[in-house]
Design a protein around this ligand. Structure first.
Ligand code: KE4
Length: 441
């Protein structure tokens, strides 16, 4: 049963979203095309979004929300940025796909490799999943080893071998792993707690020459936001080098999010391979993987590792990515602005919690952050799971009633865009004060 939503005392109409969701549930599994959109862990009926503009989204009933999901990360400029829309429209007049190389691929590559020099050579694909799946296949071929190490609560897309103890939607649904993944495949994936170097060392000791790669989100975004503790990333770099394994940074979220050069520039670590997605497509389907030239040379048609894609390097997606990166680059101190807005929101949330006597902690890196209702420091997925989910769900709905759209899951990040103004943050903080007070009732 939908809760009546009031905005400034007026009942928020949600009948159209409700009707659309009922229809969608008959045609899509769970009524959605990606599980986290079903709001399973926070309850209620998801809003069907009709359009976005800047920092705002508008649902099918015409309600306006301040958006802190931003399509799960790609929309660092906000919705429908004029430069991105114009680039897509212009590219579309020349066709939507060629299935052949085009200059736009070279233009986007140039911008990426100038910002992330560890990506000496890259391949565009159409999703983050394709990027990580291909990077792992490549690492296995390069090292002639089968096993990989990932972290409990890390999410790298839905390739079979990466679904073991995954975060994001898998964690949101409380699934231990995914059905349908053969035990033999799952057995090639070794798991360690995030931020726990000793556990990784133990895995290397017991699987000495079997580990092809360690894949890590350099800032975790899929157990909620969890930042790397001191020496965690540098320790992984040393350990993988010492064991002739590869270090893969999954920067699908953090690439161009936490810094122009991604998390690897923020923490000054050079991985062997990097996976990108989200922002480099500006909201269109793009992923990329790349790194050391001696490794990337193994990719077909140059080498024996096969990977392909009908829409890889799609001209519209390339144009959207180019326009997005150029628009960010044109904003002086863009990342300082994002960090300042994030700090303003973090401070407002903490002040509101103190006033309401509600225990909460914020994990934030730049413009990606997560609210956990707990007093414990959250440094890995096990700790994240101890935070109060019911409280998060109530907070989510409390903010939604006040037209603030947060991630419908504890195990996701919220994102601030360059379209969020200081006023937007102030309005959000006011709404937080109100919403937190309802949590004690
Ligand atoms: P896609 O295949 O969804 O484009 O990317 C997979 C992926 C890979 N690596 C990281 C670090 C990711 O966060 C993701 C996907 N992120 C989720 C949200 N946390 C996408 C949202 C969804 O699944 O609907």
């Amino acid at each position: 049963m939908l809760r009546p939503y009031k905005l400034n005392g007026l009942l928020m109409q949600t009948q159209i979203s409700k009707h659309l969701f009922e229809t969608a549930q008959n045609i899509f599994p769970g009524g959605v095309n990606s599980p986290v959109r079903a709001w399973k862990s926070v309850g209620g009926a998801p809003r069907f979004i009709a359009r976005g503009a800047g920092a705002k989204i508008f649902d099918a009933d015409g309600n306006e929300y301040l958006d802190y999901v931003g399509s799960w990360g790609p929309l660092i400029l906000g919705h429908a940025h004029p430069r991105v829309v114009a680039a897509i429209q212009d590219a579309a007049t020349r066709g939507t796909s060629y299935g052949a190389p085009c200059e736009l691929e070279i233009e986007l590559d140039k911008r990426i490799t100038q910002s992330i020099p560890s990506m000496e050579m890259l391949r565009f694909v159409s999703s983050g999943t394709e990027a990580t799946m291909s990077a792992i296949r490549l690492a296995r071929a390069f090292t002639h080893r089968d096993k990989i190490v990932k972290f409990d609560g890390g999410y790298h897309g839905h390739a079979d071998f990466l679904l073991a103890k995954a975060g994001s939607g898998v964690a949101t649904l409380g699934l231990p792993d995914s059905a349908g993944v053969p035990a033999a495949i799952a057995a090639t994936t070794l798991i360690a707690p995030y931020n726990d170097l000793d556990s990784v060392a133990r895995l290397f000791d017991s699987h000495r020459d079997e580990i092809a790669a360690v894949i890590v989100e350099p800032v975790a975004g899929n157990m909620g936001v969890v930042s790397p503790q001191k020496n965690f990333l540098s320790g992984l770099r040393e350990m993988t080098r010492a064991h002739n394994s590869l270090l893969i940074f999954d920067e699908v979220i953090t690439g161009f999010r936490v810094a122009w050069g991604g998390a690897q520039s923020l923490y000054n670590i050079q991985p062997d391979l990097t996976c990108l997605g989200k922002i480099i497509g500006g909201g269109l389907p793009v992923g990329a993987y790349g790194g050391r030239r001696d490794i990337m040379r193994l990719i077909a048609p140059l080498g024996p590792v096969y990977q392909a894609g009908t829409l890889s390097g799609n001209p519209l997606a390339m144009a959207a990515g180019i326009a997005t990166l150029d628009a960010i680059a044109a904003i002086p101190n863009a990342y300082a602005q994002l960090d300042a807005r994030g700090a303003q929101l973090e401070q407002g949330l903490c002040d509101g919690a103190r006033a309401a006597k509600i225990p909460l902690i914020i994990n934030r890196v730049g413009s990606m952050m997560t609210v956990f209702f707990t007093e414990l420091p959250i440094t890995n997925y096990q700790f994240a799971k101890t935070s109060d989910m019911q409280r998060y769900a109530k907070f989510f709905h409390g903010m939604l009633e006040r037209a603030i759209y947060l991630a419908p899951s504890q195990f996701e990040a919220m994102f601030i865009s360059l379209a969020h103004t200081e006023q937007d943050i102030l309005r959000t903080v006011e709404s937080v004060d109100d919403a937190l007070k309802t949590l004690n009732k």
